[in-house]
Design a protein around this ligand. Sequence first.
Ligand code: PMP
Length: 392
Amino acid sequence: MQLSSRLTQINGGGSDGWDLFVRAREMIRDGTPVTELTIGEHDIRTDPSILDAMHRAGLAGNTGYTEFSGMRALRETVAARVEAATGTRTTPDNVLIVPGGQSSLYAAHYAALGEGDTGLFIDPYYATYPGTIRSVGAKAHPIAASADAQFQPDAASIDAAAKDTGAKSLLVNSPNNPTGVIYSDDTLQGIAEVCQDNDLWLISDEVYDTQVWTGAHKSPRALPGMAERTLVVGSMSKSHAMTGSRIGWLIGPEDVTASIGDLTMNTTYGVCGFIQEGALFALNQGAAFEETIAAPFRRRRDLVLKQIAAQNVVRAIPADGAMYVMLDIRATGMSGEAFGNLLLDTHHVAVMPGESFGAAAAGHIRLALTVDDAKLEEALAKLLSLAAEQAK
Ligand code: PMP
């Protein structure tokens, strides 16, 4: 039997640049001690108090089907949180609870793009972006944000791509994975203007909104004229170390969230009730709790920048937010992939090659700040000595 082309084309063919990650996992399985700085998973687990809240809710009987759009109390809490953070009026009817940020990305693109439409996204990008756009039957079109412009998206390039392709949506992400960059006010303003000029849906992935080290996170939904065309992707994976609970949200105009309810009914059929109770409990712990979860990444980012400042071969991209630091290793004359593979073989340190996040990040590598401070410092020292050797 033949599979649909929509399914078989999700991964777009070709190498996805994740070979190094797979190889590192195999080495670990075979007993080699590898320092893993690849994926964005916290080195702590979900706080026991959140698990207790889930347990209590389950024992109290919250184990049945739930409202498709999410528990009213949770939608109210998310709406209040978003309104407080952005100053933009947000009601529970603007909020849809979904199983994780990835599910929200899918729902947003499903709402914005028809079969054969084009969805724009910024390169370098989070691994699933092109596949998510293709999974709704649309064409995924990357727009390079250049390393020389510190990976800030360029409004003129987005405008040109929108006009060229007749695109219907633009996906952006700040704080950014993989670069750690936070979009400047000018970048956000430029994006808003391009969306309005070209009648684009803006899909704003804000899953790292609690991991901000310098400056401030600003949601483009708050800019004039943007609330009616912006779909915000939110998640508790990063903010509350709840990756495995699969809980997040989509914020959008009321008619859009109501329509996406039809998609939910015919796909996930809602989100597990006791997980939602755990999420509600977690959000009610307030900003101080979120800062505790973010603190190790802030501390490790400072450690990395200090070590980088003590040499002059490897350069750090301004790491304003998110749990990653992107390093420019072009002075070694190597690709990110070649350097990453050599680092894994010679020093048993695994990082993500920039190329796995798109052509714009060639000659870079990404560190996930997800091991303890001493291990991270040791791994970075090895990385820097290898880079110095190669640059000779
Ligand atoms: N967006 C970005 C930029 C991410 O890095 C991730 C996870 N690494 C997601 C969305 C999806 O996260 P989740 O589905 O766990 O909420």
